[in-house]
Design a protein around this ligand. Structure first.
Ligand SMILES: [Zn+2]
Length: 273
């Protein structure tokens, strides 16, 4: 389970959604192809430029479903972001409550943004489905154990599963191989953070949440300025977790890794060295 600081799913619900997605994934040989899954369900798709209105949207009309996918934000039909978007919309289809609400008209079609920023429960549920579909647990965990530690390993896993770096980093947190924290930033500042279960248990809950509190030459600041690349440097627990004073015995050496997400900002990955 990932500890969120924003709205999170109860463990039971997360497990149900994961089981639902894995039951779909188990019928797919090789790389999971959400577009093929949509076609097999008779769900039609449109790829177009819809400005910044959404990443994806599932529409129901006359008992049929259609997915709109925004090339302006996902770039290509087969990009990791497009795959996550399609998988997220499939989540709205497969999760009974979402599908029934759409079909009955109780819930209108809504724009989905697949960057884990939404606090809305239905979006968190669809994100959870997408993650479990694209990175089935049994395949993911064994690959994560063998991957390099931290962001370099997450980049390898993202490439293997053809998933976005952000989605892969959050799946990696779920594996909880060691205490780790992911913080998402964009040019305007802090967006959100997620903690692995063991990071939460050891009290690594409050992080720096302002760009102007970060050293100018730290990996996060540098990568955000450059708009590209991956950087890594040693840091201290006290530098990132304000409740730890630099003189305290609980202060220790951490690694700070940061990777550019292009126009979508930067991801920071923190863990004890
Ligand atoms: Zn959605």
């Amino acid at each position: 389970m990932i500890r969120r600081t924003s709205r999170r799913l109860p463990a039971q619900r997360e497990s149900e959604i994961s089981d639902l997605a894995e039951a779909v994934a188990v019928n797919c040989l090789g790389r999971i192809d959400p577009l093929r899954i949509a076609r097999s369900l008779g769900i039609t798709t449109s790829f177009g430029d819809y400005g910044n209105a959404f990443d994806g949207m599932l529409e129901a009309a006359a008992g049929k479903f259609h997915i709109f996918c925004n090339l302006n934000r996902v770039e290509t039909r087969d990009s990791p972001r497009a795959r996550f978007t399609l998988a997220h919309e499939l989540g709205h289809y497969y999760i009974d409550e979402h599908r029934c609400a759409l079909l009955s008209g109780r819930a209108p079609s809504h724009p989905s943004f697949c960057d884990y920023s939404s606090p809305h429960l239905v979006e968190v549920e669809a994100d959870s489905f997408a993650s479990a579909l694209l990175m089935p647990w049994s395949r993911f965990r064994s690959a994560a154990v063998q991957a390099k530690r931290g962001l370099p390993g997450i980049v390898e896993l993202a490439s293997f599963f053809q998933a976005s770096v952000t989605a892969t980093a959050l799946r990696y947190l779920q594996a909880d191989l060691f205490p780790c924290v992911v913080v998402k930033w964009d040019a305007s500042g802090y967006c959100w953070k997620r903690l692995s279960q063991s990071a939460y248990a050891t009290g690594l809950r409050k992080t720096v949440e302002r760009l102007d509190r970060l050293p100018r030459d730290c990996p996060t600041s540098r990568v955000l300025r450059q708009g590209a690349g991956l950087a890594e440097a040693g840091t201290t627990k006290a530098a990132w977790f304000p409740f730890v004073s630099s003189a305290s015995e609980s202060n220790s050496i951490f690694l700070e890794q940061a990777i550019s997400l292009g126009r979508f900002g930067v991801l920071t990955f923190l863990f004890p060295a």
